[in-house]
Design a protein around this ligand. Structure first.
Ligand SMILES: C[S@@+](CC[C@H](N)C(=O)[O-])C[C@H]1O[C@@H](n2cnc3c(N)ncnc32)[C@H](O)[C@@H]1O
Length: 210
């Protein structure tokens, strides 16, 4: 059962989207490249937290297949069920990451691929600070977002009405460095999901280090 999520808007939207998300974003070369760079940097059997783990593919699957110990957290019960089926070698927990206590210096890496967009700016800032604290010194934080200067904007995403909040590229970088992390690499790209009616989206990937 879900811990502490009470009809969270992100849970409702992603429960409805389910496995279609994986299909729509499977072609993201930048996501695969970001994961490839993380895999090159990780020591064997690293502890990795995947925030907003979705269907478990490609992130948790690639990390678990490489022998890392992966904990995926997602607020959508449907996503957690899909991920548990697809990636039996990882652990998944249904929870709102904003409410989940995280032990200090407990992970070698944290992945945050497109899971901040339904949080307020203050929540995104404080979560990234908390995730930085949950990393061991020298640990890796990999972040991806849609770098738009928008706050609470209504949008239709894969047929679901959502409210989106984000930052432009410079402000997002400032959020990350403000959390005490160094940006090792940044990649900006444009991706069009493979879904009827989808439009090109800007994507920003940051490889960061504590
Ligand atoms: C856009 S999807 C990305 C999924 C996956 N990270 C990927 O890139 O393939 C965002 C995911 O984050 C989850 N999410 C959104 N807000 C969350 C929160 N507060 N706590 C935990 N998960 C959340 C959603 O349920 C959804 O599965």
């Amino acid at each position: 059962m879900a811990e502490g999520h009470h009809h969270h808007p992100a849970a409702e939207a992603f429960d409805a989207i389910g496995a279609d998300y994986e299909t729509a974003f499977a072609g993201s070369a930048a996501h695969h490249a970001s994961l490839g760079r993380l895999l090159e940097r990780l020591a064997p059997h690293s502890a990795v937290l995947d925030v907003g783990s979705g269907t478990g593919r490609p992130t948790a699957q690639a990390l678990a297949a490489a022998g890392h110990r992966v904990l995926g957290v997602d607020v959508s019960p449907v996503m957690v069920e899909l991920a548990s089926e697809r990636v039996p070698g990882a652990s998944f927990r249904c929870a709102d990451i904003r409410e989940l206590p995280l032990a200090e210096e407990s992970f070698d890496a944290v992945c945050v691929y497109f899971s901040l967009l339904q949080m307020s700016r203050d929540e995104q800032r404080s979560l990234v600070c908390r995730l930085a604290g949950a990393l061991k010194p020298g640990g890796h934080l990999v972040l991806a977002t849609v770098p738009l200067d928008v706050e609470g904007v209504s949008a239709v995403f894969m047929g679901q009405e959502v409210r989106v909040t984000s930052f432009g590229p410079d402000a997002f970088r400032a959020l990350v460095t403000g959390a005490g992390l160094s940006v090792v690499r940044a990649q900006e790209t444009v991706f069009t999901p493979s879904h009827p009616g989808a439009v090109p989206e800007p994507h920003l990937f940051l490889d960061c280090r504590r």
